[in-house]
Design a binder for this molecule. Structure first.
Ligand code: ADP
Ligand code: MG
Length: 344
C-alpha cells in the first residue's frame, strides 16, 4: 500500500468494482462471461450455468424499524432471482450466508428463513447451502443464486443494436416512493410513539418496497410470444442507471421518452405528496426489480398490446449519446443518480 489514500466515495460503487477487477485473469475456457453482467455465464456442457451474488446490509439496504424480518428474507432471495432472469435464465439453487449479532433471537432468524423458504417455494428454487457467522452489531444477508439457460437463449447486456426498441416491464418508481412513506412514518414514530402510522392507501407502493417480485413471468411470456430480447438488465438502481449500463455494454447511445415511462397511479399521487416528480423516482429511485430490455423492431407487434411491457425508447448510435426527452420535448442528458452506497 502506498501513502496515498483515496476515499471510497471518490470512485463510487462502479468505479471501485472496475478498479478492483481490472486485472482479473481468466484461466478457464468455461468462463464465458465474468464480471460485468447481471450474472456470470459458465459453460457446463449442453447449457450455460448462471451465477450471481447480492448482499443486504442492515443500515445500508434495510432498516429493521420498518422492515419485517420475513419480508427481508423474501427480498434478499428475490433480488438475486432477478439477476438470473435478467440473463433470460431460470433460477435453480441458492446458498444463503448470514452474519447475526446476539441482538437477534433464534425466532428472529427463523422469521428471515420463513421469507427465504417462501420465495424458494413460489419461484421453485432449492436452498442448497450457505454459511452462518456472528457479527458485532448489524445483520448481513448474502445470497448466491445459481441458474441455467439454453446456450442459444442467453441474453447479455452487450447485445443491443442501433434502432432497437427499449422495453420496461411493469411500472417504476413505486419502491422508492414506498421507502419515502416508510421513512416519513419512522420520523413521526420517533418523535411520538403514540402516533398511529398513516399507511392507508399505500398498499401497492409499500409492497413494492418491502416485498418485491422478480419477473420470472415475463421471461416465460417472452418465450411464449417468440421474442428473444437482444440485451437485458434488471432495474435495481433506477431506469437511468440501467439504461446507461446497457448503452455502455452494447457500445451505443439511448433515447428514453419521459412520457412513456410507466408509473402506477398510487406512485404518482404519493410522489406528489412528497413534492417529487414520479418520473424522477422511476429514473433515479431503484429497487423496482423490473426488467429493461431491447427488442428488434420486427418484434414490435408481438408485444405492443401486452400489459406487462412498455416501450420507453430506443438505441441510437454511440456518438449521439444517452438522452431523455422530457415532457416539453427537450433533449436532456441522461445521468445516473442511482444509489451510491458510499455517500452518507
Ligand atoms: P447487479 O446490480 O446486477 O447485482 P453489480 O452492479 O452489483 O450488479 O455488479 C456489477 C458486476 O460487478 C457484476 O458482474 C458483479 O458480479 C461484479 N462485482 C461486484 N462487486 C464485485 C467484487 N467485489 N469483486 C468482483 N466482482 C464484483
Ligand atoms: Mg442486475
Amino acid at each position: 500500500m502506498s501513502d496515498n489514500r483515496t476515499e471510497l466515495d471518490q470512485l463510487g460503487e462502479f468505479g471501485l468494482i472496475d478498479k478492483l477487477t481490472e486485472n482479473t485473469a481468466k484461466f478457464h475456457d468455461s468462463t464465458i462471461i465474468g464480471i460485468g453482467d447481471d450474472a456470470a455465464v459458465i459453460d457446463v456442457g449442453n447449457k450455460y450455468q448462471l451465477v450471481t451474488t447480492d448482499m443486504l446490509v442492515e443500515g445500508i439496504h434495510f432498516d429493521l424499524m420498518y422492515v419485517p424480518l420475513m419480508h427481508l428474507g423474501y427480498k434478499a432471495a428475490i433480488v438475486n432471482f432477478s439477476d438470473i432472469y435478467a440473463m433470460n435464465g431460470d433460477v435453480t439453487q441458492i446458498t444463503v450466508s448470514i452474519a447475526v449479532s446476539n441482538r437477534f433471537s433464534v425466532e428472529a432468524v427463523e422469521e428471515i428463513y420463513k421469507g427465504i423458504h417462501k420465495a424458494c417455494e413460489l419461484y421453485k428454487v432449492d436452498l442448497v447451502g450457505g454459511d452462518t457467522t456472528s457479527s458485532t452489531s448489524g445483520l448481513i444477508i448474502s445470497i448466491t443464486a445459481i441458474g441455467e439457460v439454453e446456450k442459444d437463449q442467453v441474453v447479455l447486456r452487450s447485445g443491443g443494436k442501433e434502432n432497437q426498441l427499449l422495453v420496461v416491464t411493469g411500472d417504476l418508481g413505486g419502491a422508492y416512493v414506498g421507502l419515502q412513506v416508510l421513512e416519513r412514518e419512522k420520523e413521526v414514530y420517533s418523535s411520538n410513539p403514540e402516533m398511529q402510522p398513516m399507511l392507508d392507501g399505500k398498499d401497492y407502493i409499500l409492497e413494492r418496497q418491502l416485498k418485491p417480485e422478480a419477473r420470472k413471468d415475463v421471461i416465460h411470456f417472452l418465450k411464449e410470444l417468440g421474442v428473444k430480447p437482444t440485451s437485458m438488465i434488471d432495474i435495481s438502481d433506477g431506469l437511468a442507471s440501467e439504461a446507461l449500463h446497457l448503452a455502455k455494454h452494447s457500445d451505443l447511445g439511448v433515447i428514453i421518452y419521459d412520457e412513456k415511462i410507466p408509473v402506477d397511479q398510487e406512485t404518482y399521487d404519493t410522489a406528489r405528496e412528497f413534492n417529487l416528480e414520479a418520473s424522477m423516482c422511476a429514473l433515479n429511485g431503484g429497487e423496482d426489480y423490473e426488467l429493461l430490455f431491447s427488442i428488434d423492431q420486427a418484434d414490435f407487434d408481438k408485444i405492443r398490446d401486452n400489459k406487462h411491457m412498455t416501450i420507453v425508447g430506443h438505441y441510437v448510435d454511440k456518438a449521439s449519446g444517452c438522452h431523455i426527452v422530457d415532457r416539453g420535448g427537450n433533449l436532456v442528458s441522461l445521468t445516473a443518480q442511482g444509489w451510491n452506497h458510499f455517500q452518507g
